[in-house]
Design a protein around this ligand. Structure first.
Ligand code: KG4
Ligand code: ZN
Length: 339
C-alpha cells in the first residue's frame, strides 16, 4: 500500500489530503478563501498567499488526523507545482519541501490540471485511451490520454477559459464571486431567449473561444441598462449557458469521434455545472460507439488536495520524484515535463 500526503495551494483554496494507492481518499481538508476575496470581486494574489500561510499547517494537521495517519504511515509527499498563482503555489511547495526534508520522504511535483483529471480515479479507474474535457477558471482543454500521465492537448481556448467567462458575466449581473455556481442556478430557471453566438462551433478543429460570447452577453446587459429595459438575469444566464455548453459538447463529441476513447472524463471547477453534466450525459448516449462518461462528485470538481494525491500515486509509480530545490511553475502545461 502507498499512502500519500498531498498539498494544494495553487489559487484560493488551502487543501491537504491523505490518499491510498491513487484511489482511496482517507481525508480531504479544504479551507476556502472565497469569503475574503468576495469584496474584491475576484482572487487577489497577495491576499491568497497570506491566507495560505495562515491555514497551511492546521489544514495539514487536520488531514493527518482525519486520515488516521502518523508520519510513519506516509510514503511520499505530493504538492501542486503549477499551473497557478506563483505566490500561492510557493506556500504549498515550501511546506511540502520542509516536511519532506524533516521526515525524510520522497517529494512529488504534480500538475494541477492532471490532478483535476485524476479526481475521476476516485470513482472508477481510468481506462485508456481516454478523452478528458477540462473546464476550469483558467483552462478549457480537450486532452487525449493513451496511458497514465501521457497527455496530448488536442484543443485549447484561444482566449478566455469558460469559468472565467462565467465569473465575469456573473460580476456584471451583480452576482457574488465566483459567479459560476450562481449563474448555473439562475440558468436552471431561465430560458435561452437571446441566441448568443456559438463561436468556432463549425470550425474543423478542437479549439474554443469564449471571449466573443462573453462580450456579446455583457454588451446585451449594458444596452438594456442604457435603454432602461428590464432583462431577466435568469434568461441571460440560461442563454449564456446554452451557448457555452453547446460549443463544449459539440467539440467534445467531434473529438470522441476522431480519437479512440474508452472513457470521457469531465474535469475542473466547471464540471460542477448541472447544464454541462446533463448535456454530456445525453450526448454520450448518441455516439456511434460506446464511451463511458466519468463525472467527479461535486466535492472533487473544485480545487482540492485529494485530486493531487490521486494523480501523485502514478507519478510515484513511474519514479517521478523531485529534488528539494523544486520551484513553482505558474504556467506549467499539462503535456510538458516539469520545468
Ligand atoms: O478548477 P477550479 O476550482 O479552479 C481553477 O483551477 O481554475 O475552477 C473554478 C471555476 C470558477 O470559474 C467557478 O466559477 C467555476 O469553476 N464553477 C462553475 C460552477 N462551479 C464552479 N462554473 C459553472 N457552473 C458551476 N456550477
Ligand atoms: Zn483547478
Amino acid at each position: 500500500m502507498t499512502r500519500i500526503l498531498a498539498i494544494e495551494t495553487s489559487c484560493d483554496e488551502t487543501s491537504a489530503a491523505i490518499v491510498d494507492d491513487g484511489t482511496l481518499i482517507k481525508s480531504n481538508i479544504v479551507a476556502s478563501q472565497i469569503a475574503s476575496h468576495k469584496r474584491f470581486g475576484g482572487v487577489v494574489p497577495e491576499v491568497a498567499s497570506r491566507h495560505h500561510i495562515n491555514s497551511i499547517n492546521p489544514v495539514i494537521d487536520l488531514a493527518l488526523e482525519e486520515g488516521d495517519s502518523s508520519w510513519d504511515d506516509i510514503d511520499a509527499i505530493a504538492v501542486t507545482a503549477g499551473p497557478g498563482l506563483v505566490g500561492a503555489l510557493l506556500i504549498g511547495i515550501t511546506a511540502a519541501k520542509t516536511l519532506a526534508f524533516a521526515h525524510q520522504k520522497p517529494l512529488i511535483a504534480v500538475n494541477h490540471m492532471a490532478g483535476h483529471i485524476y479526481a475521476n480515479n476516485a470513482i472508477k479507474p481510468l481506462e485508456f485511451p481516454l478523452m478528458a474535457l477540462i473546464v476550469s477558471g483558467g483552462h478549457t482543454q480537450l486532452v487525449h490520454m493513451t496511458d497514465h500521465l501521457q497527455f496530448e492537448v488536442i484543443g485549447d481556448t484561444r482566449d478566455d477559459a469558460v469559468g472565467e467567462a462565467y465569473d465575469k458575466i456573473g460580476r456584471v449581473l451583480g452576482l457574488p464571486y465566483p459567479g459560476g455556481k450562481k449563474m448555473d442556478e439562475l440558468a436552471a430557471v431561465g430560458q435561452d431567449v437571446f441566441d448568443f453566438p456559438r463561436a468556432m462551433i463549425k470550425e474543423d478543429n478542437f479549439d474554443f473561444s469564449f471571449s466573443g460570447l462573453k462580450s456579446s452577453v455583457i454588451n446585451r446587459i449594458h444596452n438594456a441598462k442604457q435603454k432602461q429595459e428590464e432583462l431577466d438575469p435568469a434568461d441571460v444566464a440560461a442563454s449564456f449557458q446554452a451557448a457555452a455548453v453547446s460549443v463544449l459538447v459539440t467539440k467534445t463529441v467531434k473529438a470522441l469521434e476522431e480519437y479512440p476513447s474508452k472513457q470521457l472524463i469531465l474535469a475542473g471547477g466547471v464540471a460542477a455545472n448541472k447544464g454541462l453534466r446533463s448535456a454530456l450525459k445525453q450526448a454520450v448516449t448518441q455516439l456511434t460507439k460506446p464511451v463511458e462518461l466519468l463525472i467527479p462528485p461535486f466535492e472533487l470538481c473544485g480545487d482540492n488536495a485529494a485530486m493531487i494525491g490521486l494523480a501523485a500515486y502514478y507519478y510515484y509509480q513511474k519514479g517521478l520524484v523531485t529534488s528539494l530545490d523544486l520551484n513553482a511553475y505558474p504556467g506549467w502545461d499539462i503535456d510538458l515535463p516539469l520545468g
